[in-house]
Design a protein around this ligand. Sequence first.
Ligand code: NAP
Length: 293
Amino acid sequence: MTMTTTFETVVIAGATGNLGYPIAEAFLNDGSYKIKILRQKPESKNEKAELLASKGAEIVYVDYTQKDDLVKVLKGTDVVVNTLNPSKMGDGFFSTQLSFLEAAKEVGVKRFIPSEFGCDYTPDNVHPLIEAKLKFQKELEKSGLEYTFIYTGVFHSYLHYFGFDIENKTALFYVDGNSKIAITSLADIGKYTVESLKLPEARNATIRVAGSTVTFNELLQMLEKATDSKWKVTEDREVRHRYRNKIEPIPSIVDDFKAFICENGEFSKLDNDKFSFTPRSLAECINTIVKKA
Ligand SMILES: NC(=O)c1ccc[n+]([C@@H]2O[C@H](COP(=O)([O-])OP(=O)(O)OC[C@H]3O[C@@H](n4cnc5c(N)ncnc54)[C@H](OP(=O)(O)O)[C@@H]3O)[C@@H](O)[C@H]2O)c1
């Protein structure tokens, strides 16, 4: 029988962020863990941090560039969940995760969940904007620490980033409308992250989960239904080609990244069946997003 390690104290870095907050909430809702939230120094007021503190999380400020600071705050930690954002931190993203890893090794952290939470990629098919994630995976695998890479597809709340503009009822397709994309709600990502700690199959493994997998055409139809209007659709399927070959109008690297995600948005295999819950339905999530827009 495979034994699972038991975990008590979970440290979450980036818990005031888009993803970190629902992950922290899911851990607090679960109720079985002591939760510590790391925030970047200097101290600042933050509503989400206050909410998490009111639900029982301990807030600790840290200088991410100082390994000694990290060693101090990670003492007694069983699990590190990193939800820092490469697009906000640039080169600091890799170096910070590495400092975390070194500190985690020093104090005997049992499980490290790095900031992944995106689509599938491989060394042969990776975008420059997420190369630092892959580079860190290699370091983590070498480190001897237990790890889980969690891939979730696109966040529901990020549909605008991938071409769906609810306010203006427009959609921009970077790929054929029949291509598929995996989408997951942030609340479910929180639950998957918590439950991964109880799953023997998640030890030293990549876990791929999705709330739904749909075609871009199906997504469009659902958004049209939820907004009760016909959307204007445009296509730009040459973004990656123009970016690579510097053909005018040259897309930005961010546009190239969006097109990369849309091209690689479907998982070949999912681990949903290993988890105890059913994720929220796409229709329900879309209705929530439309109401908020
Ligand atoms: N699959 C998708 O659709 C999708 C979409 C978006 C993001 N992601 C991924 O999800 C992960 C988290 O992204 P996110 O959007 O949730 O992150 P985010 O909201 O931009 O930021 C996370 C937190 O990082 C902390 N932080 C620490 N040092 C920082 C610095 N130097 N600059 C900026 N913030 C700093 C901030 O909290 P404090 O100030 O409290 O320390 C911030 O709230 C990343 O791996 C990202 O690639 C995936």
